[in-house]
Design a protein around this ligand. Structure first.
Ligand SMILES: [Zn+2]
Ligand SMILES: [Zn+2]
Length: 466
């Protein structure tokens, strides 16, 4: 039995007969509870009365516990257990049990009320245990297939609350909660802001977990999120793009985004020029993850950028008050700069990187990405001529006072240049304080060890007479 911890209680989540996915198979039947043997109970543990010849024992059909007649006197029909006639249910189970039963009504008003009650039970420490144990979670997911927006609003709220309990994630996901959320999002779009926010927030919480990022993508999350990224309502747009950003943290999910039928990459690129700086920042972070893949994806990203009007360059050349925007844009550019076949298309970006470097002292991360971009561009010989202008800035701004990771990227930049154009670069180094270059090199012990060991071949330690 898989017990979990929930709000301090030990809880046994309800299981259904057959497939656990109640979004796909909504007419679920719960597995019957194990009955506590009569001999194990001498007291009713709801009211503490001692059982006797007069105080008889009764089993609650829903939880299987032994109760006294007073605590187990109500009879409720239990379609969730596949039972037609009303059955005895204890006071502990009564409220949630009746609501789960009503969630199968054919009357919309009853469904709205059932969804509302379930959502409210999810927020009560004492009742959430029963929601999970008695099929309330499954009922909420089942209700997501209705057309009634009122029902969907309560379902979104309930699923959002349940998603805040990590111990439930596994059960929610296998029961189809992500599909239910996507269904709600496609049905209501952004027409009801609070509902959309509840639904996307739940999806976002799921996407923080490593396993569920993929499930969110497979269960239809991409389409829902992409359509909401464009919402006029900034809060919805920001949540949708942030959730997408969590999905792309898994490199394995990139293919689906690059191959999506919904122009995902083009849309993201266009969003980098949004007027909302938070949206810009999060979109660029998402693109930074997408730019980490292989040459095919990098090439696609650059092609899309070209056909959408060079959004990256525009975002990078804007002067946002939020400098994280520039840092994220620089990260994208630095990643793309490793693509050999696209070097010609990136000349403008390369020039922009060189221009930004002198102003980056106060933002460590930005400086690291900019220097990394230069180092990546410098791997390719045809770029060397265009990069020589950046040498003085790299030496004075990065080598002299930059953070260690940026200084290492600066060394990589200068060493690449030296390898391609030794004469020109040496004279530039001498003109721009070669001392700082040499001391930084000297501080890089592992680099020098590699140089020494490679020299050991051409300059051996032991030799025969010449
Ligand atoms: Zn009792
Ligand atoms: Zn009970």
């Amino acid at each position: 039995m898989d017990y979990i911890k929930l709000e301090g209680y030990t809880v046994l989540p309800a299981r259904v007969e057959g497939s656990p996915d109640v979004f796909q198979c909504p007419r679920f039947v719960l597995m019957k509870p194990a009955w506590i043997p009569d001999s194990d109970s001498s007291f009713c543990n709801l009211c503490n009365v001692k059982f006797s010849q007069i105080k008889r024992k009764h089993h609650c059909r829903m939880c299987g516990a032994v109760r006294c007649a007073k605590c187990c006197n109500e009879k409720i029909s239990l379609p969730q257990l596949g039972l037609v006639e009303p059955e005895r249910v204890c006071e502990d189970c009564r409220d949630v049990c009746r609501t789960v039963s009503r969630a199968r009504s054919s009357l919309e008003s009853v469904l709205i009320d059932a969804a509302k009650c379930l959502a409210s039970f999810c927020q009560q420490d004492k009742q959430i245990k029963h929601v999970v144990e008695l099929g309330g979670m499954q009922s909420l997911i089942m209700l997501a297939v209705t057309e009634n927006v009122g029902v969907l609003a309560h379902v979104a709220s309930g699923l959002h609350t349940l998603s805040t309990h990590p111990s439930l994630h596994k059960y929610l996901a296998e029961a189809g909660a992500i599909k239910a959320i996507c269904r709600i999002l496609s049905r209501i779009g952004d027409s009801r802001e609070e509902v959309a926010i509840d639904a996307i927030s739940a999806l976002m919480i799921f996407c923080r977990s490593q396993d569920l990022k993929n499930k969110a993508l497979n269960d239809g999350g991409l389409k829902s999120l992409l359509s909401l990224c464009w919402s006029e309502r900034a809060a919805i747009s920001l949540l949708a793009i942030s959730t997408l950003g969590l999905i792309v943290e898994n490199t394995g999910n990139h293919e689906a985004i690059f191959e999506s039928q919904h122009d995902a990459v083009a849309r993201l690129l266009q969003m980098t020029t949004s007027e909302d700086e938070q949206i810009q920042e999060v979109t660029l972070k998402t693109l930074a993850f997408l730019s980490m893949g292989g040459p095919v994806h990098k090439h696609k990203l650059l092609q899309e950028d070209f056909s959408t009007g060079r959004c990256l360059e525009r975002a990078f050349n804007s002067c946002p008050s939020n400098s994280q925007i520039l840092s994220n844009a620089a990260c994208v550019i630095a990643n793309l700069a490793t693509s050999e076949e696209d070097q010609m298309a990136m000349h403008e970006l390369m020039a922009a990187v060189s221009r930004k470097l002198p102003g980056s002292e106060r933002h460590t991360e930005l400086m690291c990405h900019l220097t990394r971009a230069l180092a990546n561009f410098s791997q390719f010989k045809p770029n060397v001529f265009h990069l020589l202008d950046a040498v003085p800035a790299v030496m004075s701004h990065v080598l002299r006072s930059g953070p260690a990771p940026a200084r290492e990227q600066a060394l990589r930049f200068l060493l690449n240049l030296l390898a391609h154009a030794p004469d020109q670069v040496s004279s530039l180094l001498v003109k721009n304080d070669a001392y700082i270059f040499l001391t930084t090199l000297g501080e890089s012990k592992s680099l020098l060890e590699n140089v020494s060991s490679s020299l050991a071949h051409s300059a051996p330690a032991v030799m025969k007479p010449m």
